[in-house]
Design a protein around this ligand. Structure first.
Ligand code: GTP
Ligand code: GTP
Length: 442
């Protein structure tokens, strides 16, 4: 599983700045989807070679007893409990404050590795900037500059070092059957859908999670096909049904998305699409996972409401249009079989092998139909394409002056490949490789 790094610190020490640097999209084109708004507190890590998740807790006041500060502290507590490592930021220009000491005291009790990070240290002697923070009793302070990037790579490498490269990751990518994560905000019907999927069918083996913190996986069979369900909420089996034993957790949701290869995003037809729905959808898009959307509780809403929710979806979740949407009732079991069929299709699309000659031909047809716009004196030239990865499929395009291709044209190319190869249910990524200037790619 990917390690989860949680940033804590008092307001204004630079947590958001560090968060942005740690999560800045490697592929700016993904970030450029119209209508996509992000939850600026949770992200997929992009610095260095290894993948990780980052959580930014808003200003953390461990002694707040009520009000908004108390609420924020509770959210921070949940994130601390679910963290694999804690990054405690302090401000090297301001120096140590009583608030830092309170937070340090809380973190000394956290049974997680804590890294003391002295930010805003650009242009300062790092040892001097760090020295007074030894008094916090959290080990050697590490001086960085989040805004300039100094020391950030080294910090990430150090923090990730103790975590083994995912042992089962390699095996999981070779998996021939879908690993499904059922995600959605609280009360939309995730457990009900899990039961509709698993209830009647054979659950091959289900071991109680016991003391392990890892998300559990439940293998099951349906219509002779094998699947694995990635748990997001600590499912417990009670008689014939599974129930969630933990409250909703964004971190667990993200970890499950990272661990699966097909996401089933559950929405509640009786409610309007919320920011939380959109943020979860944004994570799915960022992660590149295949996706099926189940609009649940269709039995409980009238025609007026049905029209309204469809309009709401197309307005707020347009960036998920690569996915199939199904209108289902998990409670009555209707539409569940179709969801699973789309899971199969999305999985197949995400894992497809795309032949180089066909990719190149598709590229040529697309360029003949609509050439990439000229940028200054250069017109991008696209010569050939080959596949660079799966789940999501990555198409690598070789040519010249490709670093200036606008996002709208990239989306046109994406659509062309998706149509030509009939890749329903998976996002597709395009990477450019320019012959003359190897540094201008990505
Ligand atoms: N000089 C310097 N300023 C920085 C650095 N990192 C962040 N800042 C500045 O510090 C201020 C606070 O940064 P934020 O990232 O918003 O801090 P925060 O901890 O997220 O603050 P809250 O959102 O209030 O919790 C901003 O003005 C940043 O530009 C740095 O490495 N060096
Ligand atoms: N009418 C109707 N109600 C449903 C349907 N699916 C679930 N519900 C109801 O919605 C409520 C929430 O369902 P759950 O399956 O517990 O939702 P959840 O997403 O797992 O909730 P959390 O565990 O809080 O994240 C329950 O009262 C269900 O009976 C459906 O298809 N139709």
């Amino acid at each position: 599983m990917k390690p989860t790094l949680v940033l804590v610190g008092r307001p204004n020490v630079g947590k958001s700045t560090l968060f942005n640097r740690l999560t800045r999209s490697r592929d700016a084109l993904v970030a450029d989807q119209p209508g996509l708004t992000r939850d600026r507190h949770y992200g997929i890590g992009r610095v260095g070679e290894r993948d990780y998740l980052v959580v930014d807790t808003a200003g953390f006041d461990p002694v707040a007893k009520d009000g908004i500060m108390h609420e924020m502290a509770q959210q921070a507590e949940q994130a601390i409990a679910e963290a694999d490592a804690l990054l405690f930021l302090v401000d090297g220009r301001v120096g140590m404050t009583p608030h830092d000491q309170q937070i340090a005291e809380r973190l000394r009790r956290a049974d997680r590795p804590v890294y003391l990070v002295v930010n805003k240290a650009e242009g300062m002697n790092r040892a001097v900037a760090a020295s007074e923070f030894h008094a916090l009793g959290l080990g050697d302070p590490l001086a960085i500059s989040a805004s300039h990037g100094d020391g950030v790579k080294e910090l990430v490498a150090l923090v990730l070092e103790p975590f083994p490269q995912d042992a089962d990751e390699a095996e999981e990518t070779r998996d021939k059957s879908p690993r499904i994560a059922i995600v959605g905000r609280p009360n939309v019907g995730k457990s009900t859908l899990v039961n509709a999927l698993l209830g009647e069918e054979r659950v091959i083996a289900f071991d109680m999670p016991g003391t392990t913190r890892d998300a559990i996986a439940i293998p099951f069979e349906r219509n002779g096909r094998k699947y694995t369900l990635i748990d997001t909420a600590g499912l417990r089996r009670r008689g014939k049904v599974f129930e969630a034993v933990e409250k909703f957790s964004v971190i667990k949701t993200l970890q499950a998305i990272e661990r699966c290869n097909v996401v089933v995003l559950v929405l509640d037809a009786a409610q309007d699409i919320s920011d939380q729905d959109a943020h979860i959808g944004g994570f799915v898009l960022d992660s590149g996972r295949a996706l099926v959307v189940a609009v649940n509780k269709w039995d409980a809403v009238d025609d007026y409401r049905r029209e309204r929710i469809k309009a709401d979806i197309s307005r707020k979740l347009g960036f998920l249009s690569f996915a199939r949407f199904h209108y289902i009732s998990a409670l009555k079991g209707s539409g569940v079989a179709v969801v699973l069929k789309s899971v199969d299709a999305a999985f197949a699309a995400a894992m497809s092998d795309l032949s180089t000659p066909r990719l190149t031909r598709t590229l040529q047809v697309a360029v003949a139909k609509q050439a990439p716009p000229r940028h200054g004196v250069f017109r991008p030239k696209m010569r050939y394409a080959h596949q660079g990865g799966s789940n999501p499929p990555v198409v690598v395009i070789h040519g010249s002056a490709l670093d200036q291709v606008p996002a709208s044209y990239v989306r046109f190319l994406e659509r062309s490949f998706i149509e030509a190869f009939k890749l329903q249910g998976t996002p597709l990524r395009i990477q450019f490789k320019t012959a003359h200037n190897p540094y201008a790619t990505k």
